[in-house]
Design a binder for this molecule. Structure first.
Ligand code: ZN
Ligand code: FE
Length: 254
């Protein structure tokens, strides 16, 4: 059973520390910076063995080289972007499996935010590390991909079991909720969730991880195939890519 800890860094990034106790492996997912990771390792008495990178952005890879220099850890990242992942040792693509000691991740290619973006799915632990592809109530901006690509990528994550825990890389949930209400305010599950998020943030609590079941029900970017959402943005119900593109366009200027 993986032990997973949140390391909040920068303004709103979450770095995830993942410990596999059987073989004694410890991975860090998307280390934006090195020092808070070092502090967390010292606190737990763990030795870093792996870095798992979802994509190349600096707020996900900025700590790679310092951590590798200090620990000699193995850096794992997207094959499609191997040239842009500092220090990469192992390049993975859709359908690959990667063992972290006794735990195993299935890898999905999820392009859209960047052209090479992967997600790590530890099925036995119901843990999904999805970087900037799927957020709680949101999705990543389309810097290097098309709406059709991102919709397909999100579809892979949406198809995971409902109890899959979504470990995304940013605490954007409250502002995502404000936007979501503008396109899907008639969704009672969303209204309820938005209230819970406001209460959690007022208490200073994190809203990540969420679950796939919750995202399916309330995340407008996963609901582009729902006739109610299509109607709400004034588009026909039979073209989810167009609905997704419209929702993403509105969010970009929200
Ligand atoms: Zn990013
Ligand atoms: Fe990011």
């Amino acid at each position: 059973m993986l032990e997973i800890h949140r390391i909040p860094v920068l303004n709103d990034n979450y770095v995830w520390l993942v410990h596999e106790p059987v073989a004694g492996r410890t991975a860090v997912v998307d280390p934006a910076v090195a020092e808070p990771v070092e502090a967390a390792l010292r606190r737990h008495g763990w030795t870093l063995t792996h870095i798992l990178n979802t994509h190349h952005h600096g707020d996900h890879t900025g700590g790679n080289l310092a951590l590798k220099a200090a620990h000699g850890c193995t850096i794992v990242g997207p094959a499609a972007d191997r040239d842009r992942i500092p220090g990469i040792d192992v390049a993975l693509a859709d359908g690959d499996r990667y063992a972290l000691g006794a735990a195993e991740a299935e890898v999905f290619d999820v392009p859209g935010h960047t052209r090479g973006h992967i997600a790590f799915w530890f099925a036995a632990d119901r843990a999904l590390f999805c970087g900037d592809t799927l957020f709680a109530l949101g999705c990543g901006r389309l810097f290097e991909g098309t709406p059709a690509q991102m919709w397909r990528s999100l579809g892979k994550l949406k198809a995971l079991p409902g109890d899959a825990r979504v470990f995304c890389a940013h605490e954007y949930t409250q502002s995502n909720a404000r936007f979501a209400l503008t396109v899907d305010g008639g969704n009672p599950a969303l209204v309820r969730r938005a209230r819970e998020i406001d209460a959690a943030r007022a208490r200073g609590e994190a809203t990540v991880p969420s679950t796939i079941a919750l995202e399916r029900e309330t995340n407008p970017f996963l609901r582009a195939d729902d006739p109610a959402l299509a109607a709400a943005v004034g588009l026909p119900a039979n073209d989810p890519v167009a609905v997704f593109a419209e929702v993403r366009r509105r969010k970009d200027s929200f």
